[in-house]
Write a protein that binds this ligand. Structure first.
Ligand code: PSU
Ligand code: MN
Length: 319
């Protein structure tokens, strides 16, 4: 058995994506965990297709990333997207930095989280990546004051990946299910600039605002592109996080978002859910509690992020 000895040997880059990278044209990586674990069918395939279309409309080439039979696919075709979106529950692994090797070695399909998508996209030579929300410090990771419960230390590998991989990730803010202040502190420690576009407050994923001031804010995407370009040119090795708020017409009101998230977290605690299953479980529970309204917000913000990332990729390549 010959085992590929580098990430590059595992890569299988789609022809259109490979052509765009070689020509220096703007490319946007898209992750696949939100397809297999983040949203139900058929909203998952709709959002995957709409995100690719939004990237194209803004003048860039989309490259959705996943793992299949030992290869890191960068640029899925329509059949592959469909296969991922319709796979029976439990048959698609969730691959992050710590579980990428298992996903590659075991064969079959795996969806890539933000961390694993960054690894593949960076190896392919892509700089810009769009997702809905990054993983972060889960509530209770550091213990719950006064509760006597032990810290879970559940901190997404997305945060360290942002600290070690020089890419720009466009999202709608850290997922509201997280300990957002701790997530911001962690990103600061990792040397990751966090830039809010168009508002001083950090976007709150399902809601326009997280209730926290963003570390940096720019009036528009051009301003964000200037900061990102300066950061990447320094060669520090870390990535940057650009946060754009969910479109207003699909946003959950700030107080509603706060309440449903609190309820879902209490339910997860009661049900004993933890580890990699926690994020998908909470997203599904929030969809239930809101009668699907959260799915409308989630899909709108993902497609919007893809569109902004396409524009950002154009600005960064001088387009
Ligand atoms: N954004 C979404 N839905 C998702 C995710 C992001 O709108 O399902 C996924 C991403 O792939 C992210 C992952 O990397 O959740 C984080 O999982 P964890 O907290 O287990 O690290
Ligand atoms: Mn985790």
């Amino acid at each position: 058995m010959t085992i590929p000895s580098s990430v590059t040997e595992r890569l299988l880059i789609g022809p259109e994506v490979a052509g765009a990278i070689a020509a220096g044209r703007p490319v946007v990586a898209l992750e696949s965990t939100l397809i297999s674990h983040g949203l139900p069918y058929p909203q998952n395939i709709e959002v995957a297709s709409a995100s690719e279309a939004a990237v194209r409309e803004s003048g860039a080439v989309p490259a959705t990333v996943a793992v299949h039979d030992g290869r890191l696919l960068v640029g899925l075709d329509g059949d592959a997207l469909q296969a991922l979106a319709t796979a029976p529950a439990g048959t698609v692994r969730k691959a992050a930095r710590p579980s990428l090797a298992v996903a590659l070695a075991e064969g079959g399909w795996a969806a890539t989280t933000v961390s694993a998508t960054m690894i593949a996209a960076h190896a392919a030579g892509i700089t810009v990546f769009a997702t809905g929300g990054i993983g972060g410090v889960h509530r209770g990771a550091l213990g719950v004051p006064g509760s006597g419960s032990a810290p879970t230390l559940d901190i997404s590998s997305d945060l360290q990946e942002l600290g070690r991989t020089p890419m720009v990730v466009v999202c709608a803010g850290p997922k509201a299910i997280l300990d957002v202040p701790a997530t911001l502190e962690y990103l600061e420690t990792q040397g990751v600039p966090v830039i809010s576009v168009g508002q001083d407050e950090l976007p709150g994923f399902f809601a326009r605002s997280s209730g926290l001031r963003a570390p940096f804010a720019t009036a528009d995407l051009d301003g964000a592109a200037r900061v990102v370009a300066a950061h990447l040119a320094l060669g520090l090795g870390s990535g940057a996080l650009v946060c754009v708020p969910v479109p207003a017409d699909k946003a959950l009101p700030d107080d509603v978002a706060r309440d449903v998230v609190a309820r879902a977290i209490a339910d997860a605690d009661a049900a004993g859910i933890g580890g990699p299953a926690l994020t998908p479980w909470l997203l599904a529970r929030i969809a239930e509690i809101t009668n699907g309204v959260s799915i409308g917000a989630n899909t709108a913000l993902i497609v919007n992020d893809a569109r902004q990332a396409g524009r950002l990729a154009g600005l960064l390549t001088g387009g």
